[in-house]
Design a protein around this ligand. Structure first.
Ligand code: ZN
Length: 198
């Protein structure tokens, strides 16, 4: 499904490094999977196709690290802001995201593609070792046509997968498999799931 006015359809696939089993449904997996890292940060590499406007990279960075606007103590526009607030409040050790500086084997790649996928607007592939995440590859389709608002919602959702979250079906969340406008910020509901593994 293409990006629509009302909803964005998202999917995640999992790659198991031992058997390369593609196409498993994320909903069948546990709701949170930890990363296999010793460091307290996960590096993020952002790429775009030539047809995708450079300012869209800035939007992705905003969703990773912005400290401005939209957040209260329980709602956050960026993942790093949500993670840092949660770590401070609960003395947890959820890894933060660091743009660039790939200095180890564990990192997230975000690729803004101009290609259109007939089924998905965003897609995250995860690589595992011993049940923990080693790498994540996020594809955003039709990135040259997507609006800034849609891109923000997509990146928030897909980075949720990249950080280890599955889909949430019980209540409105950025991790619903179809993203609706009423749940477009990261909340303590998602952050509390990380507390079970970090
Ligand atoms: Zn998803």
């Amino acid at each position: 499904m293409r990006v629509g006015a009302l909803a964005i359809v998202i999917a995640v696939a999992m790659i198991t490094i031992s058997n390369y089993a593609y196409g498993m449904e994320y909903d069948e997996q546990s709701i949170i999977t930890p990363w296999d890292i010793q460091e307290d940060t996960i590096s993020v590499l952002i790429m775009r196709d030539a047809a995708v406007q450079p300012y869209k990279i800035d939007i992705v960075e905003e969703v990773i690290k912005s400290n401005n606007g939209g957040q209260t103590k329980t709602q956050f526009t960026s993942w790093n802001n949500a993670i840092k607030n949660t770590n401070t409040k609960f003395s947890s050790q959820i890894p933060t995201l660091q743009i660039g500086h790939i200095n180890n084997q564990n990192y997230i790649t975000i690729y803004l593609k101009d290609e259109i996928n007939s089924k998905y607007d965003g897609f995250t592939e995860l690589t595992y070792k011993d049940g923990k995440i080693q790498n994540a590859f996020v594809s955003i389709y039709d990135s040259d046509e997507i609006t800034p608002t849609q891109l923000k919602m997509l990146i928030r959702h897909e980075l949720g997968h990249a950080l280890g979250l599955g889909h949430i079906i019980e209540k409105p969340s950025i991790m619903n498999s179809i993203i609706y406008q009423q749940a477009k910020l990261i909340t303590m509901f998602e952050m509390q799931l990380f507390l079970t593994v970090y």
